[in-house]
Design a protein around this ligand. Sequence first.
Ligand SMILES: *Cc1c(COP(=O)(O)O)cnc(C)c1O
Length: 396
Amino acid sequence: MPEYDRLRAALATGEDDRLVLDLDGIEAQYDALLRELPDVAVRFAMKACPVDEVLAALAARGSGFDAAGPQEIAQALRTGVPVDRIHYGNTIKSDRQIAEAYGLGVRDFATDSLADVAAIAVHAPGARIFCRLATTGEGALWGLSRKFGCSPEDAVLVLEAARAAGLTPAGLSVHVGSQQLTSEAWQNALEALTAVVEEAGRRGILLDHVNLGGGLPALGVLDRKGRPLDPPVDKMFAVIREGIQRLRDASAAPLDFLIEPGRHLVADHGAIRAHVTRLTQRQQLDGERVHWLYLSCGKFNGLYEMDELRYRLEFPGRAGAETVPAVVAGPTCDSDDAYADEGPGMPVPRDAASGDPVWILSCGAYSTAYTTQGFNGIPPLPYSCVRTTAGGPEEV
Ligand SMILES: *Cc1c(COP(=O)(O)O)cnc(C)c1O
């Protein structure tokens, strides 16, 4: 369970609804990841938190970026990071997007199809490509399986096609699925990578890097029933370290390793200050009387993932208050704008009143990017970045 005290202190300094991101916490998380995986280079997956201050802090630490297209590449470049620390990690791209990325100086492109390889050869001549392997996504809250990646057989064909087209077949990537909760998924992914590295080597393709993708979990979120997820991160890191060693042993050429965490670096270091819109009790059509807590923030302004997981809620100043279990929902006229109605409700103060502050923890990932523009008239959620270590919270 993450340590939330410094974020709580920052949340307590204001009144308005906003996401507060703790740059010191994000930097500490980055450092901790490098201690677990010492010779792996980090390419932060920008879509998890495309906030300039966060990107600049990570770039200053030595991170590179996994960008999904020219706009993200341009945003990453504004941090001053050298362009060789940015790759085009999206397998889905138009001719124009490839040309723009190439024009911005990017030379490393993810791919998973012959059509994409042919387009890269025309619009990014001589580029280095890395081929994404498909995974089942099992064990993850978001599988990222069907839409992306090659079978092992196709991966070899894609690498050979790249070589034939004058590109450099440079590496492989995977994504085990976002908020992956099992170490077995990592085990399986690393075995698949090893088999393809070996097969490519037999065909004279010497890869120089393996990109382990995203999927490392947030630690402080709850499942759809409100229980801690407690992902076995120590086991995952041990499996990854062993898998890296086996890959190095299996490869005929030296291999560099990259990892593309998104959620893991930012989720637990962001929290939303929201307010109670209303606590109600309504008889459902099955006859049961159920409490509903409607918040000022929901799926469309900060809590996009609320239908697949639950966030911890805190009611500042109400620590000992009598509680009732309630379904938690956002403020809009959309029935998906709610925690999944599985398991018991979340404990909320029985006398929670409209306007009371609510703190929503571990929602630093996939919150700013997934906010809508005026849905039901609600503007995008504002955010602040704070420094929390040197003498109390300070906005930057
Ligand atoms: C979204 C994404 C990531 C980050 O995933 P997390 O589960 O947030 O770590 C990494 N790589 C690629 C290619 C992605 O699309």
